[in-house]
Design a protein around this ligand. Structure first.
Ligand SMILES: [Zn+2]
Length: 323
């Protein structure tokens, strides 16, 4: 056979060969596209389960009772020190690492030492931005009445301990959250630039000083969230996106009727955070007749109210906060 004959291929065979090459080329192109797609679409959206179903209003109420059992808890008191030890122990029990931020400040009653508690998840993301969940755990000082602050100081702190338990079941979510328990929210006399909000003002000042405010994407502050007759009012100066998302979360959990807009702004621990550009919303029910009276006791609270605020917050965290 001559070489030329050997290479001679019948026309129909030639087209079959081209077809087969074409097939390979098509296959290779498709594979390349698939690889490119997988490479460029980035990481999948992280999901965090349904922590809002695990938040227990009953457990939050039981934690609130524990705090109230310490008695009045004004800054610098033994009762507050004991409450602080209890909070720390409860957090550590479910895996959080707790730091104490101790400082002293001038007050109308002289120098007072305050202690904020800051809890982080052990393998917290080193580069991710954290979301803050906050409550104040002190109660207002009164000389003439026994003020145990079941709702004011108690409810939000008890609920935050329950949230710590729920988040511990979702380590991926917990790793992006910081829990802060502020001391000295209450003013000794009345709120001024130098009386009241001691803990949050100091916390924010430290973040500003060490340039760490950028590490936080936002925050939610809870205050007085246990009233049986629950209406959480969002202040007009609330960060707009956060307010919209809270309403959406409430809607999703059929709790929308418990949330509305307030007509005026509230002076509370979220102010110091907003001032250093950490958008923080205050979930507060200020329509509470026993406010700052001896009547702020456990019988005014309900597990359902704590459940509502806890679940809406957990829903926001899992579904919206880290989009
Ligand atoms: Zn108060």
């Amino acid at each position: 056979m001559s070489p030329s004959r050997k290479r001679r291929v019948a026309p129909n065979q030639l087209s079959a060969r081209w077809r087969s090459w074409g097939g390979y080329a098509l296959f290779a192109a498709a594979l390349l596209l698939l690889v490119a797609f997988l490479f460029f679409r980035g990481p999948r959206r992280q999901t965090y389960g349904q922590p809002w179903l695990e938040f227990s209003g009953e457990k939050a109420l039981a934690q609130t009772q524990k705090l109230v059992d310490f008695g009045p808890r004004p800054p610098g008191s033994t009762a507050l020190k004991d409450a602080r030890a209890y909070i720390k122990e409860e957090l550590e029990k479910v895996g959080w690492q707790v730091g104490l931020q101790t400082f002293s400040d001038d007050t109308p009653r002289g120098k007072v030492t305050f202690v904020n508690l800051i809890a982080r998840w052990p393998n917290e993301l080193s580069r991710g931005r954290l979301f803050l969940l906050c409550s104040h755990y002190d109660t207002k000082s009164f000389d003439s009445i026994k003020f145990v602050g079941a709702n004011d100081g108690g409810s939000s702190t008890g609920a935050l301990l329950e949230m710590a338990r729920v988040l511990s079941l979702h380590p991926q979510l917990a790793a992006q959250v910081e829990l802060v328990f502020f001391d000295g929210e209450e003013a000794f006399n009345g709120f001024t630039k130098t009386d009241g909000l001691y803990g949050s003002r100091y916390f924010a000042k430290q973040l500003k000083k060490n340039g760490a405010a950028k590490r936080y994407r936002g925050g939610i502050l809870w205050d007085m969230i246990g009233d049986r007759d629950l209406t959480i009012t969002l202040a007009p100066d609330s960060p707009a996106q956060l307010a919209r998302d809270i309403f959406t979360a409430a809607e999703a959990l059929k709790a929308r009727s418990h949330f509305t807009y307030a007509t005026s702004n509230t002076l509370d621990d979220h102010n110091a955070l907003n001032e250093i550009s950490i958008p923080t919303i205050d979930l507060i029910d200020f329509d509470y007749p026993p406010w700052h009276t001896a009547g702020d006791t456990m019988d005014k609270l309900s597990a359902e109210s704590l459940q509502t605020v806890g679940a809406v917050t957990a829903y926001y965290l899992a579904e919206m906060a880290f989009r």
